[in-house]
Design a protein around this ligand. Structure first.
Ligand code: C2E
Ligand code: CA
Ligand code: CA
Ligand code: CA
Length: 275
């Protein structure tokens, strides 16, 4: 029995070890990547439903790994949040997105995702102000996307931060609306300029009467509250037409374009303007 017990122990231990080691390696690799500059931003257009004109571009983080290739954010942001690296990484994203957007003359807004960890960090408002100053970007062209997780944290602190950000002249969007712990009171209490309705609702627009009704209701709600509404993950012309019928303001998704490297954006904007 003793041997068996030891055997079982030995069965679990190397596995745990391997996972910890892998995590530790990824951590070191992430820190290294930030220093040597392996991160890059791709951009996906946000389109006005009625005119089909590009009203903004969302910055989406990628890791250009020397061996693993292009790594998507879901593969490293959770760990970056855990080890606090998301704060300097997020500052880099802010600075780079503002710099890119300032170079695209005539281009509308640029949207930047903020991690809840980054949002709660001390230096956030200063980092936004610095990114704006150094790039010379008009603050009205910067939009910050936050998720409902932010609202679950200390409400007073969150509200204070949102007001300081708004005082800089930037816009605030609530991301992934309808997933998480959506509460209508968030829309009442927090000064959002925009609500982004999650892809899970958009993709059900045609087949699911429930998703369809939810998108309609959220659109009406946002119109009544004088907020812009953006439908995420629009992939078909039928979805776009249904959004138009509902009076949804903006759409984003593969129907228009997948996220593209920054260098491709001037050409992408020209192509979309010509369509
Ligand atoms: P998100 O903010 O909800 O971004 C939308 C995600 O949906 C992106 O995935 C985008 O590529 C994908 N998408 C857009 N249109 C379509 C479509 O029509 N169909 C489908 N199937 N997918 C579509 P991505 O780039 O992998 O980003 C995943 C998440 O990672 C983002 O979700 C965001 O939460 C996070 N993220 C990305 N960049 C950053 C960043 O700079 N900072 C932070 N904190 N988070 C980021
Ligand atoms: Ca987003
Ligand atoms: Ca989203
Ligand atoms: Ca999401």
């Amino acid at each position: 029995a003793k041997a068996e017990g030891r055997g079982r122990w030995c069965f679990f231990e190397p596995e745990m070890d391997a996972r910890m080691r892998e995590r530790r390696l990824l951590e070191l690799d992430l820190r290294r990547a930030l220093v040597v500059g392996e991160f890059e931003l791709h951009y996906q257009p946000i389109v006005a439903v009625a005119s089909r004109r590009v009203s903004g571009l969302e910055a989406l983080l990628r890791w250009r790994h020397p061996e693993r290739g292009l790594v998507p954010p879901d593969a490293f942001i959770p760990l970056a949040e855990e080890i606090g690296l998301i704060v300097p990484l997020g500052e880099w994203v802010l600075a780079q997105a503002c710099r890119d957007a300032a170079g695209w003359l005539g281009t509308p807004k640029v949207a930047v995702n903020l991690s809840p960890v980054q949002f709660a960090s001390r230096g956030l408002v200063d980092a936004v102000a610095t990114a704006l100053e150094l790039s010379g970007l008009d603050p009205a062209r910067l939009e910050l996307e936050i998720t409902e997780t932010v609202m679950l944290q200390d409400t007073q602190a969150t509200l204070a931060t949102l007001h300081r950000l708004k005082a800089l002249g930037v816009r605030i969007a609530m991301d992934d609306f309808g997933t998480g712990y959506s509460s209508l009171s968030y829309l009442q209490r927090f000064p959002f300029d925009k609500v982004k309705i999650d892809r899970s609702f958009t993709s059900g627009l045609e087949q699911s009467p429930r998703s369809n009704a939810i998108v309609g209701a959220v659109t009406d709600l946002c119109l009544g509250l004088d907020m812009t509404i953006t439908a995420e993950g629009v992939e078909t012309e039928e979805q776009l037409q249904e959004l138009r019928r509902k009076g949804c303001g903006e759409a984003q998704g593969y129907l228009f374009s997948k996220p593209q490297p920054a260098a491709e954006i001037p050409m992408l904007l020209a192509r979309l303007a010509a369509e």
